[in-house]
Design a protein around this ligand. Structure first.
Ligand code: ATP
Ligand code: SF4
Ligand code: MG
Length: 390
């Protein structure tokens, strides 16, 4: 076999390995003004150029501050938000190109678990009817009776008693409700589950139980996960790889352990320095980086590197006018799976560049949201399938 054939087979093998391929995704929301909101006066650049791949059976953790675009990216992946640019390929198929029956069938493969289980579960429906709804819609069972054996299995899998079927969401605790939300996602045999802040509404004491449950279910049902969180500590143990998002783009991506051991992006270093370590010696000597300044508005993202207004390593060249690409670096001990969007990652890692006090950088005030009232944001409630009800 020729070398060309070898290379082609290699790339086919890796293609078969990848369940989800996000290519150059942008989601820009128009900001409209005027009595009938007919004039577009700017955009919220919620997601602004994201590439990522998730392999079959993998858990990809996506972290970042509130408003950086995590949920919008998750919704774009599920085809609940129409991307301004870019493609989402699921199992090799561009999901934006699907219509009618094909789209309905593909939806079964992609399910979501929401942050707030109470508002995402219909309070007027019993657990049984919540779980049977999707199974009926996707032809897995034609009625509750036919669904019974599967319901038993599902409840057992998420650790709830069979009596739960006749109860209503308000009769459960937060952690139990999230188990119902997970059972609902599982009920249609999905391949990918996007879990958007699945534990942030729960007591700290039950967060670990729900995370462990997700991990167990992954093994049992061969699931692939995208887990979204604003806290690095939450995704640490469940994730194979982690992407750190800042203002609509991925700042750094790495295998989970490597990201914690060798964070390369100044933003990741700052995030990690804020996670407490339960060892007083380490706690006293470790790096503490305080980020000054607020997260800039996604309607007026800084030029060049988006992080330059808050970066303690900002340099006089490149940082303010050249947007860094997410790239592989040549640093000893750093694998090719570790990518970072910083012009100076090597010099920062070696210590050649040292952090300095951050002078606040002015952002173009005309582009800030203060000027753009009233803003038309679609705030209608999300239905159980994550779509907005008109
Ligand atoms: N439908 C919409 N119309 C206009 N702007 C929107 C819309 N949805 C989200 N945004 C804006 O896009 C940006 C990213 O929002 P998104 O909800 O994706 O962030 P997030 O990272 O999930 O934040 P959080 O951690 O608070 O959930 C925010 O500035 C938000 O206000
Ligand atoms: S490119 Fe410059 S501003 Fe951006 S993270 Fe690197 S050093 Fe900081
Ligand atoms: Mg969100």
């Amino acid at each position: 076999m020729s070398m060309v054939d070898d290379a082609r087979l290699d790339s086919q093998a890796s293609d078969a390995d990848v369940l989800l391929r996000v290519e150059g995704i942008k989601v820009h929301f128009p900001i409209k003004r005027g009595i009938f909101f007919d004039k577009t006066i700017g955009h919220v650049y919620a997601v602004d150029g994201v590439d990522l791949q998730i392999r079959r059976g993998e858990t990809y953790g996506l972290v970042g501050e509130s408003g950086c675009g995590k949920s919008t990216l998750g919704r774009a992946i599920l085809n609940l938000e129409h991307p301004t640019e870019g493609h989402v390929r699921f199992d090799g198929v561009d999901i934006a190109s699907l219509k009618g029956e094909d789209l309905r069938r593909k939806r079964q493969d992609l399910q979501m678990v929401f942050q707030d289980p109470l508002s995402s579960l219909d309070p007027r429906q019993s657990v049984e009817s919540i779980l049977v709804e999707g199974m009926k819609a996707h032809g897995i069972a034609k009625d509750a009776k036919e669904a019974r054996p599967r319901l038993r299995e599902l409840l057992q899998a998420v650790g709830l008693p069979i009596q739960a079927l006749s109860k209503y969401p308000h009769e459960f605790s937060g952690g139990q409700r999230q188990r119902i939300g997970i059972a609902r996602a599982l009920s249609v045999n999905p391949k990918l589950i996007v879990a958007d802040e699945p534990v942030s509404a729960l007591d700290v004491s039950v967060q670990a139980q729900v995370i462990n449950l997700l991990a167990d279910l992954q093994e049992e049902f061969g699931l692939t996960y995208l887990v979204i969180a604003h806290d690095l500590a939450v995704v640490r143990h469940i994730s194979d790889r982690i992407g750190v998002m800042y203002l609509g783009a991925i700042a750094e991506e790495a295998p989970a352990a490597e990201l914690y051991e060798t964070p390369l992006h100044p933003y990741t270093r700052a995030l990690l320095s804020a996670v407490p370590i339960p060892d007083p010696v380490v706690e006293d000597t470790r790096e503490q980086i305080l980020l000054t300044g607020d997260l800039p508005s996604p309607s007026a993202p800084p030029a060049g590197c988006r992080f330059h207004t808050r970066c303690p390593w900002r340099q006089p060249t490149r940082c303010e006018d050249e947007r860094p690409a997410l790239r592989v670096v040549e640093i000893d001990g750093v694998t090719a799976e570790h990518k970072v969007a910083c012009h100076w990652a090597e010099q920062i890692h070696s210590g050649e560049l040292q952090p300095h006090a951050v002078e606040p950088v002015a952002v173009d005030p005309s582009a800030l949201s203060g000027n753009v009232e009233p803003v038309a944001i679609d705030a209608s409630p999300l239905g159980p399938d994550g779509r907005r009800t008109p």
